[in-house]
Design a protein around this ligand. Structure first.
Ligand code: HEM
Length: 230
């Protein structure tokens, strides 16, 4: 097991445990858990859309004013640090596995892998592009047709009335679902939660959470386009 990583273009981590393969897997699992917790909490907050303009606008105001405005910045800092560490550990592990096998298999057959596990890398890249677009769309409003600062209900409803944008969200959410289906399961394995006795339950829980996130998040653009939320 290597104590440090020597991957070009990536910072060399010299903390013996963090730099090791298992250390980076733990970093990926723990930061994945933080990001997953955010996605789940974000979905619960967004569900207030179905209660009308007041509740979701109040929720947005609460986030912006929590701890005199400092709470949001603490959360943003934690999320950004988690996202950076998650991408760093994933990229360095990927480059290391490629470096270990410079010549491709002559005949490659998907044996123990699932479609979800095989889409982790490029799915992660598309999700990153989605997050950048999403921030420009609903946080900064620079790619929104009629952005009103503080009026979250208006921004979501008007934003999703543009069908190509809604379609992009739905595709991104399906990818997020695949990423979570495999990611939550891998996280359970890395953190030692895959005892043979509970393996089936851990697998089912990962799938259940992924479906919940996909159905919940896709419901917003669909509800707007169908005219159920206006
Ligand atoms: C269709 C599903 C989604 C909807 C309707 C939605 C809605 C929103 C809205 C309205 C905001 C702005 C909140 C405000 O200004 O008060 C926001 C911010 C944000 N969303 Fe989403 N979101 C969705 C999915 C996601 C997903 C899947 C992710 C991550 C993978 C995500 C990550 C973020 C982040 C990081 C912010 C910025 C928070 C901040 O720093 O202020 N969102 N979202």
């Amino acid at each position: 097991m290597t104590a440090t990583t020597a991957i070009p273009f990536l910072p060399r981590i010299s903390l013996p445990y963090v730099g090791s393969t298992i250390g980076r897997k733990v970093v990926m699992a723990v930061t994945g858990l933080v990001l997953f917790g955010f996605v789940l909490a974000h979905l619960v907050g967004n569900l207030t859309l179905y209660l009308g303009p007041e509740p979701i606008n109040n929720y947005g105001r609460f986030l912006r004013t929590f701890l005199h405005g400092g709470g949001l910045w603490v959360a943003r800092g934690g999320l950004l640090a988690s996202a950076i560490l998650h991408v760093w550990s994933a990229t360095s592990l990927t480059l290391e596995s490629w470096a270990a096998r410079p010549v491709a298999y002559r005949r490659w057959k998907a044996k123990d892998s699932t479609y979800a596990s095989r889409t982790m890398r490029w799915g992660g890249v598309i999700l990153f592009a989605f997050i950048v677009f999403h921030l420009l769309h609903l946080t900064f409003g620079s790619v929104h047709p009629d952005f009103q600062p503080g009026d979250v209900y208006h921004n979501v409803v008007y934003g999703f009335q543009v069908w190509p944008v809604s379609l992009f969200y739905v595709v991104a959410m399906l990818l997020l679902g695949l990423h979570l289906d495999h990611g939550v399961w891998s996280m359970c394995q890395t953190l030692g939660l895959s005892h043979p006795r509970y393996k089936r339950w851990a697998r089912a829980a990962a799938r259940g959470f992924a479906v919940l996130i996909v159905v919940g998040n896709c419901s917003f653009p669909v509800a707007v386009l169908a005219g159920w939320v206006r």
